[in-house]
Ligand binder design. Sequence first.
Ligand code: HEM
Ligand code: HEM
Length: 228
Amino acid sequence: MRDRVVIEVWDGWVRLFHWGLVTAVLVSFYTTKTSGAPFLFPVEVHAQAGYLVIGLLVFRWLWGALGSVYARFNTFLYPPTETVAYSRSLLKRQPSAYASHNPLGGWMVLLMLLSLSFQAVSGLFLSDDIFFQAPLYGFFGDEVGSQLRTLHQLNSDLLIILIGLHLAGLIVHSLMGESLIAAMLVGAKRFCQQPVDARKESLSSTLLRLRAIGALLVAAGVVLWLWF
Ligand code: HEM
Ligand code: HEM
């Protein structure tokens, strides 16, 4: 069947955020889970990748509140009833098409953003007990610091599970003929009919550009403050 509707769902900011996040998160894991082997990195590199994750997340939280229509949280977070109905339709292999994240995907995205935020922010209070002390090390005292270290370890395992589920979800959708990955690369999604969440952008492109620059400046300020 010919695609009749083409929608620009992911603006350049969301795509840049996503692939930047994938890279920075992979570096964060690589520099700890493998101790950097076969290339050795000091823990500073782990922390710096984490600062980039924080900057990207600051941008995404702001863009989710103020950004373009399909990137906004109020577009892709649905009440439980709709999420359950969507899950049922998925099991019957008759899911409706969504331009932005589908109801299940939306909650998954929120969970990933929360877990990633906790991971990166909790790192700011840690030390490796040798040479490295993160910028906020000692802020809450020893007891809370050691609990945060345990949570940094536990949440990193949760993150691996969430990323695994994320990739499994993408495989399911691609088996059903939906090429979500191509859309995250080029921005546009193709549909045979209007997706259920199709809507017009209410903000002008100038306003969106100004908001993006504002969010970018805040994110860059946070990264620079942490880095130097
Ligand atoms: C998304 C970002 C991050 C990820 C995925 C991540 C992941 C991890 C992982 C998997 C470990 C090893 C845990 C274990 O022992 O099993 C670790 C340890 C550590 N992380 Fe992170 N981390 C992130 C951000 C940060 C940041 C921003 C900092 C500091 C500024 C940081 C500081 C540390 C330190 C100091 C350790 C060593 C703790 C110890 O010696 O027990 N991390 N991190
Ligand atoms: C470290 C690994 C990864 C993390 C932490 C991650 C995280 C995320 C997040 C937070 C989103 C939501 C995007 C937004 O609305 O801003 C997302 C969406 C997406 N990711 Fe990833 N991702 C990872 C790996 C990958 C990989 C390897 C691929 C492709 C091969 C991929 C493809 C996608 C796609 C296609 C979407 C959009 C899903 C949809 O249309 O609902 N991700 N990812």
